[in-house]
Design a protein around this ligand. Structure first.
Ligand code: PEP
Ligand code: MG
Length: 325
C-alpha cells in the first residue's frame, strides 16, 4: 500500500491557489528514513534522538551516537535535517538511569532541563551531531525550552562543543541553525524574544496541548479532555505564527496536529507552511492540501479564532474539510 502511494506522491506540494507547503518527515527509527525518501519528504522536520537511548541497556557512547546520526545524513540529501537533542524524562525513562523516579515526571527533569543538568551527556550528543553533520547544512533543536535563558545556555553548549572538537583536531560542521521547540506556556509568553533570538521555532503540538490544557497526554482518564482543537490551543498557535512572521523566524509544526486534516487546514490558514509528520502520512496530507484554497483557509482561520467553544470549532472545521475538493 505504501508503495502505491509512493509512486503517486509529488516532489513538491502546492495548495489549490499555488501556495508552497513543505511536508517533512518525523523520524523515530533510522529505518523510517527509507520511507521518508520514498514519500518524497522535503527533509526531516524532527528526528527524535532519544530512540537509540531507549533501546539500549546503557548510555550510547559518543561514537555510537555519531554512527546513528551519520546514517541520517547518508540516508537523506535534504538541507533541512532537524536533529532534536535528547528528550528523556516524562514518559520516556531510561532503565539504566539511577534516580529517575519522580512524582510528576512531565513536570520534572525532562528534555533540555535534563541536558542542562548533565552537561557531559549534552556535550557528547552535540559533538556526535556536529561530527556527523560535517559539510552539511542542518539544524539542531531543543525540546521543552521554558525561557530565553534555556535557549542561550543550550546555544552556548553548541559553541563549546565546536571549540572542543576543534581543539581535539576534529573537522566539524560550522554552527548549525539552532531552534526552539514551543511546547510550554512560558515559551509562548516569551515567543517574541525566542523568535528574535532563535534561527527557527517548531511547535511540539503534542506537548503544547498537554501543558496548555494541563492534561496528561498519557492518562486515559483525561483523554477526552486532550483536545487540540480547544479554542485556547488555536489562539496560541495563531499567536506563535504571528511572532514567527513578525520576526522573520521560520516556523514549523510537529506532533499530531500536523497530520490532522481539520487542524492542518487551520494551520495553513494561520500562515504555517512547514509540517512534519510520520512519512507514511505524507501522501494523504499532500492530496488534501493540494485541494485547499489557502486564501479561503485564511479567512476561515480568522473566523475560527473568534469561536469560543470546542463544539463550534469542531463543527466549523468538519464543514471546511468536507468542502475541500
Ligand atoms: C510534540 O510534543 O509534539 C513533539 C513532537 O515531541 P514529542 O511527541 O516527542 O514529545
Ligand atoms: Mg514534545
Amino acid at each position: 500500500l505504501l508503495d502505491d502511494h509512493a509512486e503517486q506522491v509529488r516532489e513538491e506540494t502546492f495548495s489549490l491557489d499555488g501556495e508552497r507547503i513543505y511536508l517533512r518527515a518525523t523520524i523515530n527509527l533510522i529505518s523510517d528514513i527509507k520511507t521518508a525518501v520514498k514519500m518524497k519528504a522535503e527533509g526531516i522536520g524532527l528526528y527524535r534522538s532519544e530512540f537509540p537511548f531507549l533501546i539500549r541497556n546503557s548510555f550510547p557512547s559518543e561514537e555510537d551516537q555519531y554512527l546513528v546520526y551519520k546514517k541520517i545524513f547518508d540516508g537523506m540529501e535534504s538541507p533541512v535535517i532537524t536533529l532534536r537533542t535528547l528528550d528523556i524524562g516524562g514518559d520516556k525513562i531510561l532503565s539504566y538511569m539511577p534516580d529517575s523516579e519522580e512524582e510528576n515526571p512531565f513536570l520534572g527533569l525532562r528534555a533540555i532541563r535534563f541536558l542542562l543538568q548533565n552537561k557531559k551527556i549534552f556535550v557528547g550528543q552535540l559533538k556526535a551531531m556536529l561530527r556527523a553533520g560535517q559539510g552539511r547544512k542542518f539544524r539542531i533543536m531543543f525540546p521543552l525550552v521554558s525561557s530565553l535563558d534555556d535557549f542561550k545556555q543550550a546555544r552556548r553548549m553548541v559553541e563549546k562543543s565546536i571549540e572542543f572538537l576543534k581543539r581535539d583536531g576534529f573537522e566539524c560542521a560550522t554552527i548549525p541553525e539552532l531552534g526552539v521547540m514551543i511546547e510550554l506556556p512560558s515559551a509562548v509568553v516569551m515567543i517574541d524574544d525566542l523568535a528574535r533570538e532563535a534561527d527557527f521555532i517548531s511547535v511540539g503540538s503534542n506537548d503544547l496541548v498537554q501543558y496548555l490544557l494541563g492534561v496528561d497526554r498519557t492518562n486515559e482518564k483525561v483523554s477526552g479532555l486532550y483536545e487540540a482543537r480547544h479554542p485556547a490551543v488555536l489562539r496560541t498557535v495563531a499567536r506563535i505564527a504571528e511572532a514567527s512572521q513578525k520576526h522573520n523566524c521560520p516556523l514549523s509544526i510537529c506532533g499530531n496536529m500536523a497530520f490532522n486534516r481539520g487542524l492542518s487546514y487551520f494551520l495553513v490558514g494561520a500562515g504555517v507552511r512547514n509540517l512534519s509528520m510520520p512519512p507514511g502520512q505524507i501522501p494523504q496530507m499532500q492530496t488534501f492540501l493540494e485541494n485547499v484554497d489557502v486564501k479561503k483557509a485564511e479567512n476561515d482561520c480568522r473566523h475560527l479564532l473568534q469561536l469560543d467553544s470546542l463544539e463550534s470549532i469542531n463543527e466549523f472545521l468538519d464543514e471546511a474539510v468536507a468542502a475541500v475538493k
